[in-house]
Design a protein around this ligand. Structure first.
Ligand SMILES: NC(=O)c1ccc[n+]([C@@H]2O[C@H](COP(=O)([O-])OP(=O)(O)OC[C@H]3O[C@@H](n4cnc5c(N)ncnc54)[C@H](O)[C@@H]3O)[C@@H](O)[C@H]2O)c1
Length: 305
């Protein structure tokens, strides 16, 4: 298939592009490089420098494309709280333009990067795709819900396939957001720099950490899905954040002090998901243990500039 990856110069998009190419697909990366890096883009991919709000450029890039994997977004939660209009413009209105372009050139499949954030603070664990959707705690979460809704409406209107992937906590090589608000890269960078690790809630929160190569592989399955589908992408294992810290210490062979930042408003105590649905439909399951994934991620940060 010929697949256009919006946001393909970012952390998850660059891994997914590589796996598409390895799997014999053709890939076009469409990215404005506002938050991405050209050097993360696989040289075998065609690269188009463009914004998802540029409809004519998109229409040209979409020529002959069978499916779109839509990852382009701003993703920093605290920034979304400070700049909700910017986030709405880039994420929600950008998605609207993309879907309009797809409709005009008759591209009838989209795989959309959503997030576990749509489940808020769940009453029951593990989550599954039928779990209740909660009012998001921040504009980024609201964007993801709005974008899901736009994709669903597009599918109903045009008869297109719409596959929503709700990611849990991705981590792995190539994660270089700025500022970085995610736990794993921050813990690793502090440890390698022999600096104290900033830790909220004494690390008692539970998360479902999914290695980026496993997450990317779920997209290779999803491009073959049809109609309207939602899949949660996680490992089915809830891990305490402090256990991630201790595993990092074990892998590097030393410890650094903890900088106890106390409690943080808006943090959900525990999130992890069943991945039974995608396992059943595609045989997808994670291949990397947390230990293996962290080891590879540490190796990346040891050599990254
Ligand atoms: N990283 C996570 O923990 C996580 C968790 C759940 C969901 N997601 C979703 O996965 C997707 C990818 O996340 P990531 O971590 O790889 O982020 P990232 O910031 O590394 O990548 C996003 C890419 O989108 C590009 N982009 C942003 N706005 C654009 C626009 N208007 N036009 C064109 N390109 C634009 C950026 O330049 C960047 O390359 C996002 O949609 C995010 O919401 C990420």
């Amino acid at each position: 298939m010929k697949i256009l990856v919006t946001g393909g110069a970012g952390f998850i998009g660059s891994h997914t592009t590589k796996q598409l190419l390895d799997g014999g697909h053709k890939a076009i990366v469409y990215d404005n490089l506002s938050r991405g890096f050209k050097d993360l883009v696989d040289p075998r991919a065609e690269f188009v420098l463009g914004d998802v709000s540029e409809k004519e450029k998109l229409k040209k890039a979409l020529s002959g494309v069978d499916a779109v994997i839509h990852m382009a977004a701003f993703i920093i939660v605290p920034e979304s709280v400070r700049k909700p209009d910017l986030y709405y413009q880039n994420n929600v209105l950008g998605t609207k333009v993309l879907l309009g372009a797809m409709e005009e050139v008759n591209v009838k499949k989209i795989i959309f990067s959503s997030s576990a954030t749509v489940y808020g603070d769940p009453l029951e664990l593990p989550l599954n795709e039928e779990s209740e959707i909660k009012k998001p705690a921040n504009p980024y979460g609201q964007n993801k819900l709005d974008m899901e809704r736009l994709c669903k409406d597009f599918g109903e209107k045009t008869g297109s396939d719409v596959i929503i992937l709700r990611y849990f906590n991705p981590y792995g090589p190539g994660e270089k957001h700025s500022p970085e608000t995610h736990a794993v890269p921050n813990f690793i960078k502090s440890t390698l720099a022999k600096q104290p690790i900033p830790l909220y809630w004494k690390g008692e929160q539970i998360r479902d950490f999914i290695y980026v190569e496993d997450l990317s592989r779920a997209h290779i399955a999803a491009v073959t899905a049809n109609e309207y589908k939602i899949y949660n992408i996680g490992t089915e294992v809830g891990t305490k954040v402090i256990d991630v810290v201790n595993l990092i210490f074990k892998i590097v062979g030393y410890t650094v002090p903890i900088n106890d930042l106390g409690e943080r408003a808006g943090d959900v105590p525990a999130l992890y998901t069943s991945s039974e649905k995608i396992q059943k439909d595609f045989g997808w399951r994670p291949r990397f243990s947390l230990h293996e994934g962290l080891k590879k991620t540490i190796e990346y940060f040891q050599t990254a500039t």
